[in-house]
Design a protein around this ligand. Sequence first.
Ligand SMILES: Nc1ncnc2c1ncn2[C@@H]1O[C@H](COP(=O)(O)OP(=O)(O)OP(=O)(O)O)[C@@H](O)[C@H]1O
Ligand SMILES: [Mg+2]
Length: 147
Amino acid sequence: MSGPLLKVENLTKHYPLGRGIFKKSIPVIRAVEDVSFSVEAGETLCIVGESGCGKSTVARLLMRLGEPTSGRVLIDGTDIAGLKKDALHAWRRRMQMVFQDPYSSLNPRLTAGQIITEPVENFERLSRKQRQALAADLSERSGCRPR
Ligand SMILES: Nc1ncnc2c1ncn2[C@@H]1O[C@H](COP(=O)(O)OP(=O)(O)OP(=O)(O)O)[C@@H](O)[C@H]1O
Ligand SMILES: [Mg+2]
């Protein structure tokens, strides 16, 4: 499909602070305010900014791990806000979040080989041999000896 792989239009996320009795008077945290950008296939985009400026909130909205207050996220031209459960599930296979803290993002009960092949195993069944070959290939490509 032509056009950007990811398009973000006027993305805004406000978190209500507390639960006021009168709706209008609820103060909000403006976590993300009017953010727009697009990313082409093969392109890498870095979002940089001081702590609390809204980077993680943008990432969560892209994964639809939260609903935007306003604005749109289009992936391959599809507005992810309109996706129902099954369709969203299918789209999630194409979107991955890699968390920065290895202590909370890696499972200490798994071997290194299991950890690096787990994402693939979520989508296709691998034989023991295939899994070992994949783990060895990925290790080597990232500069680690498979052993
Ligand atoms: N669930 C939430 N409820 C209320 N406020 C929130 C929530 N999540 C984030 N915020 C607020 O929204 C703002 C943006 O937070 P966010 O975590 O997106 O920043 P960040 O740029 O990722 O920061 P860091 O560099 O520290 O990771 C902050 O003021 C934060 O306190
Ligand atoms: Mg963050």
